[in-house]
Design a protein around this ligand. Structure first.
Ligand SMILES: *[C@@H]1O[C@H](CO)[C@@H](O)[C@H](O)[C@H]1NC(C)=O
Length: 428
């Protein structure tokens, strides 16, 4: 097998006419450009989906990643430059080959993303149960695994085959042939079982994506076409090609990308013809909030429907949320789905945010914050006292006092004083 240190596939964002939501420019960095014949089907699939591929080697002088037209990130691919590239929304797919050790700059980049490789940068993954009996009968180092299962309800099913036939992905050996040892000391195992990630995917807070494929060979033509056989099973074709398509599509943002088309909040009081998106509300107003969300699916925007078992939620918050409400589907069109919620504002004035914070595995992050002020009641906006039943005893108290005072005054003024004083004088 030819030398193939690491092939890095980098995608530059910011191209307008795009096949993916991130653009269609793709830079493939191969240790040896001639290697691309070994991966021709994988690259053909990418270019058939509309990517414009440029091949380079890491040593090339002209190599530079430009995020903006005038800001080249060249000439070499240091881990810092690659991290800057991700910070500028670039997506990266790295495939490590089993036939050579990984370069230290790739290891440093992986360390930035909390992915650790064994210190000696070579290793062998074996599985004594699910291995390919036709090509690795002795060494058990070609793994036959089922596609990943969803781990919790309401998760996207991008990597699950639609057919019920069990599909197998072949992972050829991940090891350094120079260090062939038969017996491994269990104390020296780097990782076992679920500690081991053969394909790792990572998404930054800016939704830039990074995928590490443990064995580049699984993307090769050989394994796309191979027939594999489990112990006791019959020979079947591999699912590698479809899996490679989906993993690359996810990494390069052809699937799992959400877009917020519009947000609208407005007063929802009877008899008021309200303007959308006012900057100020009053406490205890009834309001409605609507948000329209689309999902990019291979080559077009479609309506994003929240899967069963998951909820799109709205928070109305000042420091901490006062309301956390489930948004319900209001209207579905061909390329967008509108969600809405109606609620009464809290009895507390201040500066609030309408916040939709939707972060789910395999989907790009949605964090939409709209700030509004909520004022207190103006002095003429309170209910008049006579409409409040609890005030009626007091109102009638005032009424009784007024009536009593008037009646007493009238009585007092119109009653003739008695002549008792005069009479008593006369008696003396
Ligand atoms: C939102 O939905 C979840 C799950 O369906 C449910 O448990 C929760 O009570 C709902 N919240 C509100 C405020 O209705």
């Amino acid at each position: 097998m030819k030398s193939f240190v690491a092939f890095l596939v980098l995608l530059l964002a910011a191209v307008v006419q795009a096949v993916s939501s991130a653009g269609s420019r793709l830079l493939v960095i191969l240790d040896d450009v001639a290697d691309n014949s070994e991966y021709s089907k994988f690259f053909d699939d990418l270019s058939k989906r509309g990517f414009k591929i440029t091949y380079e080697t890491p040593k090339s002088e002209s190599l530079s990643l430009s995020i903006l037209e005038n800001e080249p990130l060249g000439p070499n691919l240091t881990p810092n430059i690659l991290v800057d590239f991700m910070n500028a929304d670039g997506n990266i797919l790295v495939a490590l080959s089993s036939s050579t050790t990984t370069s230290s700059s790739v290891t440093a980049l992986l360390a930035e993303l909390d992915i650790s490789l064994p210190a000696e940068r070579s290793g062998l993954v074996v599985d004594h149960f699910d291995y390919d009996t036709s090509s690795a009968a002795d060494k058990h180092d070609v793994l036959l695994l089922s596609p990943p299962k969803t781990t919790r309800p309401g998760q996207q099913q991008y990597f699950t085959p639609e057919t019920t036939v069990s599909e197998l992905i072949a992972f050829p050996a991940v090891y350094n042939p120079k260090e062939e040892t038969d017996a491994v000391d269990p104390q020296e195992l780097f990782a076992v079982g679920e500690q081991l990630g053969l394909v790792s995917a990572f998404q930054g807070r800016n939704s830039a994506r990074f995928t590490l494929v443990g064995a580049a060979e699984m993307l090769s033509d050989t394994w796309f076409d191979a027939k594999v056989k489990k112990t006791g099973g019959k020979a079947v074709g591999t699912w590698n090609r479809e899996f490679a398509k989906r993993v690359s599509a996810w990494t390069f943002k052809e699937i799992g990308v959400l877009r917020v088309n519009s947000i609208e909040h407005r007063l929802n009081e009877p008899g008021v013809d309200a303007e959308p998106n006012p900057s100020i509300y009053r406490i205890k107003n009834d309001v409605t909030y609507t948000i329209s969300v689309s999902e990019y699916s291979w080559d077009k925007w479609t309506a994003y429907l929240v899967p069963d078992g998951d909820e799109l939620q709205l928070e109305f918050s000042m420091l901490s949320p006062f309301h956390r409400l489930n948004l319900s589907r209001a209207k579905i069109t061909k390329d967008a789905c509108t969600y809405s919620a109606a609620f009464k504002l809290p009895d507390q004035h201040g500066i609030y945010n309408f916040l939709v914070n939707y972060k789910r595995p395999f989907l790009s992050n949605v964090e939409e914050k709209t700030t509004v002020s909520v004022r207190h009641m103006a002095h003429d906006e309170w209910d008049r006292s006579f409409t409040i039943t609890a005030a009626w005893p007091w109102i009638s108290g005032i009424g009784a006092t007024v009536v009593g005072f008037v009646a007493f005054s009238a009585l007092f003024m119109y009653s003739k004083p008695t002549d008792r004083a005069v009479e008593s004088k006369k008696k003396q």
